[in-house]
Design a protein around this ligand. Structure first.
Ligand SMILES: Nc1ncnc2c1ncn2[C@@H]1O[C@H](COP(=O)(O)OP(=O)(O)O)[C@@H](O)[C@H]1O
Ligand SMILES: [Mg+2]
Length: 250
């Protein structure tokens, strides 16, 4: 199917005796948010690692827009259009928002001569960075140091860093974590608008955000997908209720 942007096929990953990913297959389609939910330790971050390239699956394949990327490096995958944000922030606190986003673009363009150019005057970096900040409704904060931003604004910058690279697909690992209701609501609204431009594979514990945003949900428990479906189907699924929704740990 041509609208499949990301396809995971029969992924397996072990850490010693632990089967962290067991035969996981799923697809991310154009124009959608596909949420991946599951209790702590279910293997969500391990799965994201295999998609983004910091982990190699023991078996199985990953395709981005029809190209197999299973053995590619992180940088190669990023150049092919895989964008991601991290569960732990990687922003440089003393630098401006704009500078942070531009550094991300620069790292990917990474022709060595670029290092000799003053970064702040480089249009090839400024334009995509500014555009990404506008999409995250943060252009008014472009020259503010990251250290002065609220927690929610930092999350918006992190997404902007990924967006500035003009990805074909976006991987977000718990973007709402640690945000108050206001920050979550804002980010939810921004992601809802964004999905029409970039499909998103979303790992998220905030179930209100998941049920509002996700076109499809896959439920991961102990490394295996135990259910796939839309919000309605997942809410009703007795296995999901037992394994996850009734679990306070979530
Ligand atoms: N590098 C690693 N080495 C060994 N075990 C790991 C490693 N990374 C994750 N794990 C284990 O794999 C399981 C899945 O972890 P993780 O993918 O982080 O879960 P989640 O993101 O769903 O909370 C956990 O039991 C975790 O302890
Ligand atoms: Mg995790």
């Amino acid at each position: 199917m041509s609208d499949v942007i990301l396809s995971l096929q029969h992924l397996h990953k072990r850490f010693g005796a632990l089967q962290a990913t067991h035969d996981v297959s799923l697809e991310l389609h154009q124009g959608e948010i596909h949420a991946l939910i599951g209790p702590n330790g279910a293997g969500k971050s391990t799965l994201i690692g295999q998609i983004a390239g910091n982990l190699r699956p023991d078996e199985g394949s990953v395709f981005l827009a029809g190209t197999e990327i299973t053995q590619m490096s992180i940088a190669q995958r990023a150049r092919l259009g895989l964008g991601r944000s991290f569960q732990v922030s990687s922003l440089a606190e003393p630098l401006s928002v704009m500078r942070n986003v531009m550094m991300g673009v620069q790292a990917l363009q990474s022709h060595s001569f670029r290092f000799w150019k003053p970064i702040a005057r480089d249009k090839a970096l400024l334009e995509p960075a500014y555009e990404a900040l506008e999409r995250m409704q943060l252009s008014h904060r472009a020259w503010t140091p990251v250290s002065e931003l609220s927690h929610g604004e930092r999350r918006q910058v992190e997404v902007a860093c990924a967006l500035a690279l003009k990805p074909r697909a976006l991987l977000l690992d718990e973007p709402m974590a640690g945000l108050g209701p206001e920050g979550s609501a804002k980010l939810t609204e921004l992601l809802e608008a964004l999905k029409h431009e970039v499909p998103i594979l979303l790992i998220e514990h905030d179930m209100e955000a998941v049920f509002r945003l996700a076109d499809r949900i896959s439920v991961l428990v102990s490394g295996s997908v135990i259910a796939h479906g839309d919000s309605h189907a997942i809410k009703q699924d007795p296995r999901v209720r037992e394994a996850y929704l009734g679990n306070d740990d979530a």
